[in-house]
Design a protein around this ligand. Structure first.
Ligand code: NAP
Length: 283
């Protein structure tokens, strides 16, 4: 019987944990604050930002939203980040990506104080993940790890295959699995014999960005399949995995929607709480 790894249930347990932590800080006179910056009017980004705000509100985290016009200059954005870096009531800063083309994404990410970088995109935090000594983990891979832990899925010694090598999903995902003693292969568009490589996976993570990319013939009987993909086709959401057919072979699988997606916001909330604790010398 295939286990469905339910991101709604698992994210709710993470959020409960965070809510509890936020309350404990509040009882000691410490507030937790997240600033979310959005530049321009990308509809998907607006939905993500609204969801983050809603999550903050439900957990007692103060959220400040900075909605800037499309034509915001680099200096204006840097000035705002600098102000937030120095604002005591703000523990976490998130700049919603993608940014309009005239803004230098790398420069903007690098200008966020690493202590407040709750997305864990700053090179200092990326380096910490590499050496296995980290406070913040990028929210999506962190969410996947939380799901595996929740389902008592042992990673040690397992063949873990990640499809995708982006800085926000694939690479950190591979590192986290490696830190848990998985034998990790990271695949990408130049990987040869992808099907054969995937078929070796005990744990297969798909972060490709192509609807239904992972088909049943790429999956080993009994594998754990994690679908990170979010693909909108004719207004409907699809993952990177051909769920209906792959679920017949997998021992456990995440659906889309309702899988990794809800975990990402929950882990952002957790990172914000961690930031507040660190900044107040609690951990
Ligand atoms: P990305 O930056 O576009 O990376 C996609 C990766 O897939 C690249 O490394 C690319 O290889 C690889 N790839 C593309 N075609 C391939 C092929 N035919 N065979 C093997 N590899 C191939 O995307 P991303 O930001 O990592 O996101 C991946 C997916 O996850 C998207 O659907 C995104 O919407 C979703 N996502 C979901 C969440 C969530 O909360 N659930 C969060 C973030 C992202 P190359 O490097 O060689 O080009």
């Amino acid at each position: 019987m295939t286990e469905i790894i339910d991101g709604k249930i698992i994210s709710a347990t993470v959020k409960e944990r965070v809510k509890d932590g936020v309350k404990k800080l509040k009882d000691n006179g410490i507030t937790v604050g997240l600033a979310v910056i959005i530049v321009g009017s990308d509809p998907a980004s607006q939905v993500y930002v609204a969801n983050k705000k809603k999550a903050c509100q439900s957990l007692g985290i103060i959220s400040e939203e900075y909605a800037l016009p499309e034509n915001t200059s680099q200096q204006e954005l840097l000035d705002l980040i600098n102000e937030l870096n120095n604002k005591k009531s703000i523990n976490g800063i998130l700049c919603q990506l993608p940014l309009p083309a005239h803004l230098d994404e790398k420069l903007i990410i690098n200008s966020i104080s690493p202590e407040k970088d709750v997305d864990a995109f700053h090179p200092a935090n990326v380096g910490k993940i590499m050496i296995g000594d980290y406070d913040f983990v990028p929210c999506t891979p962190a969410g996947v790890m939380e799901m595996l832990t929740y389902h008592n899925i042992d990673i040690s010694g397992k063949n873990c295959v990640v499809i995708g090598r982006s800085n926000i999903v694939g690479k950190p995902m591979g590192m986290l699995l490696l830190h848990k003693n998985g034998t990790v292969t990271i695949c990408h568009s130049r990987t040869k014999n992808l099907k054969e490589v995937c078929k070796e996976a005990d744990i297969l993570v798909a972060s490709v960005g192509k609807a239904g990319f992972v088909t049943a013939d790429m999956v080993k009987e009994g594998a754990v399949v994690i679908d990170v993909g979010i693909n909108r086709v004719d207004g409907k959401l699809y993952g990177d995995v051909d769920f209906d057919n792959v679920k017949e072979k997998a021992s456990a699988i995440t659906p889309v929607p309702g899988g990794v997606g809800p975990m990402t916001i929950a882990m952002l909330m957790q990172n914000t709480l961690t930031a507040a604790k660190k900044q107040n010398g609690i951990i």
